[in-house]
Design a protein around this ligand. Structure first.
Ligand code: PM9
Length: 460
């Protein structure tokens, strides 16, 4: 009998395992209350399947672990820095490298170097840490993503694209000299891991060049984006993702990077760029905020693991298995009628909490509550990506009210099996059946910055 869908499997096998604690329902009910209904405040040992994030939660290979043993921990000029620099030049194509402890370290340095207070920064939907650093440097963030990205039900191949008209209007209204740069996240995390097409990147790059505006790529998951281009964009089907990725990077002036995602490591990041003057500025800042310019807050062994992870992540077979695992899970939920962001994206599947909990208003944090309830249901940890993550307007102090009120089920790389995904989907489906019994939340503690990490809640 022929199978309906052609199957796939990972191009690696398991060599070492980490036991997981199985917990009971009453235990989890107590733990989520103690954590103030915030999944970031749970202890990881109380979590069965951890889909909080794909950031730093990846399983390294034997090749990477072997590299860890070859860490050169000299204060200056570590050989691992030069290995990393060579791979960034080869795989990303930028000339200069400034290592940082993680992505937000890179965002901090670049925002300080490029933004003058009062300038605008365009971007295809915000990312929490990226916008925070842009605003702390005095920038005013303007979202120029296509409208469809804010609507979960709409399915299109490149839902992360920049709306070129919106971008041109911004340039016309504010003046190119008042725009510090444009950030392109590809894929767009907050929109559901939705990719950006090469055609769109080419167009915005040309407009930016014409107007003298720099293009900064948030390259955190850009290799996943390259896979989507290969699969979905005309003319790229037979091109290896390594080539697509490099071509995409070549359309930008600089990249900030959280190595904790694409590069299959637990810590690390960098800025990479082509402009010597900005590089000099970043090099003088990195020694103040991160560490010497040849380690940027990282151990030599961490730079080696990141460099080797880069070589592995850019392989077509690996990336296909990575993205298809997410797609497998997306199909399980879609087949069961769970409201999710369409189409399937790169690193995660996003549940539409507005629809899932259609009886809970946004002021009572439906996505926050759904993440908490999913933990209670079967010990799976997910993350809120809605009104709590969106924070407050820095000028008015009012809550930002995003259209997207989502819960993200995020997949660490090379960590969970298909059976883990099946069990997780079953828990979500069970909860969906009794969803109208669930109540909303009120916020009882709110930290000043990036509140989603530490805010606390109680049931209303
Ligand atoms: N992303 C994530 O879980 C981890 C922290 S926020 C909950 O998705 C992009 C697109 C990211 C990202 C982190 C960073 C910052 C920049 N850009 O976490 O500082 O997804 O290494 O990177 C997280 P760092």
């Amino acid at each position: 009998m022929a199978l309906k869908h052609k199957s796939w499997a990972e191009p690696f096998k398991i060599k070492m395992v980490e036991p997981l604690k199985m917990t009971t329902l009453p235990y989890r009910q107590e733990k989520i209350k103690e954590a103030g209904y915030n999944t970031f405040l749970l202890r990881s040992e109380d979590v069965y399947i951890d889909l909080l994030t794909d950031s730093g939660t990846n399983a390294m290979s034997d090749y990477q672990w072997a590299g860890m043993m070859m860490g050169d921990e000299s204060y200056a000029g570590s050989k691992n820095y030069y290995n990393l620099e060579a791979n960034v030049q080869k795989i990303y194509g930028y000339k200069y490298l400034v290592p940082t402890h993680q992505g937000r370290g890179a965002e901090h340095l670049l925002s300080r170097a490029l933004i003058k207070p009062g300038q605008y920064v365009a971007g295809n939907m915000y990312f929490t840490t990226t916008r925070e650093h842009q605003e702390l440097a005095g920038g005013i963030f303007v979202d120029v993503i296509i409208d469809e990205a804010h609507i979960p039900e709409i399915s299109m191949p490149f839902k992360g694209n920049i709306d070129i008209e919106k971008y041109e209007r911004l340039i016309k209204e504010k003046g190119a000299e008042n725009i510090a740069y444009i950030t392109v996240g590809a894929p767009v995390n907050m929109a559901g891991g939705q990719p950006v097409s090469m055609a769109n990147m080419k167009e915005l790059s040309a407009i930016s060049k014409k107007n003298g505006i720099k293009v900064v790529l948030d390259a955190t998951r850009n290799m996943e984006n390259a896979y989507f281009i290969q699969q979905r964009e005309e003319g790229y089907a037979n091109i290896p993702i390594a080539e697509i990725h490099k071509e995409f990077c070549s359309l930008s002036d600089a990249a900030t990077m959280s190595g904790k995602k694409d590069l299959i490591v637990n810590i690390g990041g960098f800025v990479a760029l082509n402009d010597w003057d900005i590089f000099e500025e970043l090099r003088s800042q990195v020694v103040v905020y991160e560490g010497l310019h040849t380690y940027g807050g990282l151990a030599g062994r961490d730079m080696e693991a990141m460099s080797r992870g880069m070589e592995e992540a850019i392989q077509d077979d690996y990336m296909a298995s990575r993205v298809r695992q997410v797609e497998y899970f997306w199909n399980l939920l879609d087949d069961a009628g769970i409201p999710i962001v369409r189409p399937s994206g790169g690193h995660a599947v996003f549940i539409d909490a507005r629809k899932f909990y259609d009886h809970i208003p946004q002021t009572q944090f439906p996505a926050q509550k759904l993440a908490a309830d999913l933990y209670v249901e079967n010990g799976v940890r997910t993350m809120e990506r809605g009104i709590v993550s969106a924070g407050r307007n820095k000028v008015t102090g009012e809550n930002n009210t995003p259209k997207l009120e989502l819960v993200r089920c995020t997949f660490p790389r090379r960590v969970y099996t298909q059976a883990h995904l099946d069990v997780t989907a079953e828990g979500i489906i069970d909860l969906y059946e009794k969803r109208h019994q669930m109540k909303g939340l009120k916020m009882v503690y709110e930290p000043k910055q990036l509140r989603f990490f530490q805010a606390r809640f109680e049931e209303v």
